[in-house]
Design a protein around this ligand. Structure first.
Ligand SMILES: [Zn+2]
Ligand SMILES: [Zn+2]
Length: 361
């Protein structure tokens, strides 16, 4: 059986020019590593002072550990497939194949699926480019030319989408970018000051100043971006869902996928807290359904009609809802919002408002 997260046929690297941003980022990482190691750490090792020697080794170890983690997370963000909708050939996944004439009679209920996001008409969302029904939180990416599971956003700096399969790696990439840049900012500033005071060669002074400025710039950007992603994670939202809520001017406290503080972290960083900060053990699940964990029921602040539809669902369905059954729209969704599925057909790229109105079936 093909694994949609690792299918080489779905490789996204058909355009080498799109690797240029990746090369640019690697160049910056390499430059900062060179300046920090050769113009800050190594000169300290040559000091006679024992304290200076110890400080230098501590900084070298911490900085290189963070740099290795940064590079591993960067590589995994690039090469891990964000996840796409399974093909018909994949055993057990024919339910996502879109067949136009069957729209009316192939409802999600009939297939035993638990779909929360539908079009206003109640039909399942589908992608006309991929000819497949879209699972919840899935959006089409024009750059990757495929639907991405739990799509967060397309990131040109990793030549990849951030989706279900690599969300954890991207999150940790931001974390280690913040750590690495802050190590440089707060420890190299002293060396920079000294170099300005003393009779330091111009090149050395220039490289230290440029390195410090670059690290400060990248540090500020990555810190702000990382804080935003921590907030998104705790709210159980993707960037696209955040934009949807911004456009509809609804609150940010009504995510249908909210599982509480601890549950929301686990859905991004994985089940075991011991591995949360390591680029291993991604979260459980297949990225096709987000309501299958019995121990972390969904929090739905929705208008529910007790059990009216759940009773109609087959008892042995594979992805059973553990939260509320019933119908109605989330208080956080806009019932009068445009049918963005049709808007999406005009502009295929995933964008704010790219999914249909959020409805609870
Ligand atoms: Zn698509
Ligand atoms: Zn993409």
């Amino acid at each position: 059986m093909l694994d949609p997260l690792n299918d080489p046929l779905k490789s996204r690297f058909g355009e080498p020019a799109k690797f240029l941003p990746v090369v640019f980022i690697l160049g910056q990482i390499g430059f900062l590593w060179f300046v920090y190691m050769f113009y800050h750490c190594l000169p300290q090792l040559q000091h006679d002072s024992f304290a200076s020697f110890n400080k230098a080794w501590t900084e070298i170890v911490l900085f290189n550990c963070a740099s290795v983690m940064l590079l591993v997370c960067y590589a995994k963000s690039i090469f891990a497939h964000p996840g796409t909708i399974p093909d018909r050939e994949e055993v057990g996944h024919s339910e996502w194949e879109y067949v136009p004439q069957e729209i009316r009679n192939r409802s999600a209920d009939a297939l035993g699926l638990s779909i929360q996001e539908t079009k206003k008409s109640g039909e399942r969302r589908h992608c006309k480019w991929c000819a497949k029904y879209k699972p919840d939180r899935c959006h089409h990416c024009r750059v990757c030319r495929m639907c991405i599971l739990k799509m967060d956003h397309h990131c040109p700096w990793i030549y990849n989408c951030v989706g279900f399969g690599n969300h954890k790696y991207f999150f940790l990439l931001l974390l280690y970018a913040v750590i690495t840049t802050h190590i440089i900012i707060w420890t190299m500033s002293e060396t920079l000051k000294t170099s300005v005071d003393a009779k330091t060669p111009f090149l050395q002074m220039f490289l230290l100043l440029f390195g410090e400025t670059l690290a400060s710039f990248l540090g500020l950007l990555s810190t702000l971006f990382f804080c935003f992603h921590i907030w998104l994670m705790l709210k159980s939202m993707t960037t696209i869902e955040f934009c949807e809520k911004s456009m509809k001017r609804t609150g940010y406290d009504s995510s249908a996928y909210d599982r509480g503080f601890y549950g929301n972290i686990r859905t991004v960083l994985g089940e075991n807290p011991l591995f949360w900060l390591l680029p291993v053990c991604p979260p459980l699940g297949d990225g096709l359904a987000f309501s299958s964990f019995e121990d972390t029921p969904l929090r739905l602040s929705c208008d529910m009609e007790a059990g009216s539809k759940s009773e109609k669902k087959p008892k042995n369905q594979s992805r059973k809802r553990t939260g509320a059954a019933g119908t109605g729209e989330c208080t956080g969704s806009d019932a009068s919002g445009q049918d963005s599925e049709s808007a999406e057909e005009k502009a295929p790229e995933a964008k704010a408002g790219g999914s249909g109105g959020l409805r609870i079936l």
